[in-house]
Design a protein around this ligand. Structure first.
Ligand SMILES: [Cu+2]
Length: 477
């Protein structure tokens, strides 16, 4: 009897060992902290031949920095840069993701990584209020180069403010070795003033909806890859660019003037195309491009939708130094592109006509549709808001106390400290560009719902307030 138990044990232990060995590289061993890099740098290739637990610490930082010479923009960033920190893991790894939202930030944020197999790419599990950290984990099953981005409502606005980056999942055998690797990511930006207009430029929702950006840039600003920030390589070296496109709207016709891509890992996946001039990178997509540099000179990275390059900023440089020619770089190229050759097309649109409501009941119906389409992203469907970020409209003392002020809020946006039902909010509600009728209907709906004061708001009242001398900036308190 004793003997049999012993035999069984030996057998069990043996078979566990054998199956572990057969899985070989799949066995999880140890843990490590991910090394993150800001663009254009990429963490070094992974040397491990086994899977491990990788801890990623990524902090969201909202900050104002130049988008172009003399033009400031308030970016929302993953790790302090646009695009966000580059993350490099290996197929089969278990990633423990820690997303921190800096306490000075005004907005809640989260992350949707296209490398995640799971609902929302992690979005719901990572929703994080300012001053908090969320943790979730995922196994990276598919190798490839993946985009990550914020997916907090309004999603388009978070992405438009720079909330995207790349995560590389190296295949088990690694990628072919190259001499230099760089991180380049395109994005389109929508500002109140046209391209080049000086000063702080706020995000402009209307242009974003029309997909008419003022700026199309690599690595977050005009000139991020020119001058002393140009990428470099030496004659004879092989260069790899990990290229992403954050959008939010445009697709990129990615091209390097003066080179031919020897290899393109199409859309960041396994399939390799060779001898490519221009590769298409969708919004929310990527590509890996490899090329060997044979002669000295300056290569120019562009989106070959070429007005973007010469009028909106999508231009970067790679300086190739060769033994015999150091003076090949011609200042002329970069001098000319800094000059706006004519601003972005300006559009002066009238508000879209909406059917006029004839009764309060019709106002409620139209207003509800508008509310769900526009306001619910922030204030939530039932009007209860999100703590520390979006104030409630349901039973809001602030709303119910002053109808004219509420109209002004929707008409012009709101920023600064407001106290709603005893809780302070210090954030920004963007100006929404709604017509008089739309504002009247949506506020009539809000006042008529969730036990609010029941006021009716007419288009005439909105019109009258619109005609009053409007403050240049959104209302401040
Ligand atoms: Cu965000």
């Amino acid at each position: 009897m004793k003997m049999r138990v012993w035999n069984f044990l030996v057998f069990a232990v043996l078979s566990i060992t054998v199956s572990a060995c057969m899985n070989g590289a799949d066995t999880m061993k140890g843990e490590e902290n991910a090394q993150l890099t800001s663009p254009p740098n990429v963490p070094p290739p992974i040397k491990r031949s086994h899977s491990t637990k990788v801890k990623v610490q990524l902090e969201v930082v909202e900050k104002t920095t130049p988008i172009s010479d003399g033009v400031d923009y308030t970016f929302w960033t993953f790790g302090g840069s646009v695009p966000g920190s580059f993350i490099r893991v290996r197929e089969g790894d278990l990633v423990e993701f820690n997303l921190s939202n800096h306490p000075n930030n005004k907005m809640p944020h989260n992350i949707d990584l296209h490398a995640v197999t799971g609902p929302g790419g992690g979005a719901a599990s990572s929703m994080t209020a300012p001053g908090h950290t969320s943790t979730f984990s995922f196994k990276v099953i598919n190798p490839g180069l993946y985009v990550y981005h914020c997916a907090t409502a309004p999603v388009g606005m978070h992405i438009a403010n720079g909330m995207y980056g790349l995560i590389l999942v190296e295949p088990k055998g690694g990628l072919p070795k190259v001499d230099r690797e760089y991180y380049v990511m395109q994005g389109d930006f929508y500002t109140k003033g046209p391209y080049g207009q000086r000063g702080h430029q706020p995000f402009e929702m209307e242009k974003a909806l029309k997909e008419q950006p003022d700026y199309v840039v690599f690595n977050g600003s005009v000139g991020a890859l020119t001058g002393d920030k140009a990428l470099t390589a030496k004659v004879g070296e092989s260069v790899r660019l990990y290229v992403g496109n954050g959008g939010p709207n445009l697709i990129s016709s990615f091209h390097v003037i003066g080179e031919i891509f020897d290899k393109v890992f199409i859309e960041g996946g396994d399939q390799i195309n060779r001898n490519v001039q221009t590769t298409l990178i969708p919004a929310g997509g990527s590509a890996i491009v490899d090329f060997k540099v044979e002669v000295p000179g300056t290569l120019v990275i562009v989106d070959h939708s070429i007005f973007r390059t010469f009028n909106k900023g999508s231009l970067g440089l790679i300086k190739i130094e060769g033994a015999e020619d150091k003076a090949v770089y011609s200042g002329k190229i970069s001098d000319s592109v800094y000059l706006p050759e004519g601003g972005a097309v300006q559009s002066v649109g009238e508000a879209v006509k909406v059917p006029m409501a004839r009764t309060k009941q019709e106002q409620m119906t139209f207003g509800k549709q508008k509310y769900e389409a526009v306001c619910a992203a922030c204030h939530q469907l039932n009007g209860e808001g999100i703590p520390n970020a979006f104030p409630p409209l349901a039973k809001s003392d602030y709303l119910n106390a002053d109808k004219k002020r509420a109209i002004g809020t929707v008409l012009r946006g709101l920023q600064g400290v407001v106290t709603v039902n005893g809780k302070q909010f210090n954030s920004v509600m963007p100006k929404l560009d709604l017509s008089d009728e739309e504002i009247a209907n949506v506020l009539t709906y809000v006042y008529g719902s969730w036990s609010n004061a029941g006021h009716q708001v007419s288009a005439q009242e909105v019109k009258a307030l619109r005609a009053e001398k409007a403050p240049e900036k959104p209302q401040e308190h």
